[in-house]
Design a protein around this ligand. Structure first.
Ligand SMILES: [Zn+2]
Length: 227
């Protein structure tokens, strides 16, 4: 029981800690203006054009940290603050989202695999818990738990594939804003801090998903061993 409480604390605290890190890094560096003085929208536009992505639009979207790239309509969406203001955080986030647009253009393998998994995970994540609950509650039906674990593993793979996609978008972002001179050398370190903090939220989510899967596998081996 004590072990389980520790486990629960870990899977709850890890994501909260990561969210707090990204919020504090973002709040801090969204107040620090870049010497280049370009808004997030201008940074995104410049990198897109430099990479032959004149067809990709840059639009404003509501919410805080709601920035994303939509491959369906080839649009980089930036939250209002990042879109209009010029800050180290805004430039870093804008460049990161353009990093996804460049991945899309190049057919980056991890991104393609991730997209292919979306419809699969949409289905498996709906049914995994039903099988898992039946498998745990009805001890005569351990195979339901096994099916649930396999369905859930698809979601874990999805979370794992998200990691190279995010890290790669951030490293492309840094390459671009540095080589195009959109931030100064002194600002480079701060921009990297913002992107690293954002990446940690994905690492936290993946870690929790893996832990959850391991816990279910342990439950399964316990049930089948007692038979
Ligand atoms: Zn991203």
């Amino acid at each position: 029981m004590g072990g389980y409480l520790i486990y629960l604390a870990i899977i709850i605290i890890i994501p909260i800690w990561a969210q707090m890190k990204v919020k504090s890094a973002y709040t801090k560096y969204s107040k620090i203006p870049t010497s280049a003085g370009m808004s997030g929208a201008e940074v995104a536009r410049r990198i897109l054009d430099e990479n032959g992505l004149e067809n990709v639009a840059v639009k404003e979207t509501q919410g805080v940290l709601s920035d994303h790239y939509n491959p369906m309509n080839k649009t980089v969406y930036l939250s209002s603050s990042n879109y209009h203001h010029h800050s180290v955080a805004g430039a870093a986030v804008a460049a990161h989202e353009v990093g996804h647009a460049i991945q899309d253009k190049e057919g980056y393998a991890a991104l393609r695999f991730r997209h292919a998994l979306v419809p699969v995970v949409n289905i498996t994540s709906k049914f995994a818990w039903i099988f898992i609950m039946i498998g745990i509650l009805v001890t005569a039906l351990p195979n339901f738990l096994l099916i649930g674990i396999i369905l859930m593993a698809a979601g874990v793979i999805f979370q794992m594939v998200t990691l190279p996609v995010e890290f790669n978008a951030s490293s492309r972002a840094m390459d671009q804003i540095v080589s195009l001179g959109l931030i100064s050398n002194a600002e480079e370190r701060d921009a990297r801090k913002v992107l690293n903090a954002a990446a940690m939220t994905y690492v936290a989510a993946a870690a929790v998903a893996v832990l959850e899967l391991i816990r279910l596998i342990l439950i399964f081996t316990n049930i089948t061993r007692n038979d």
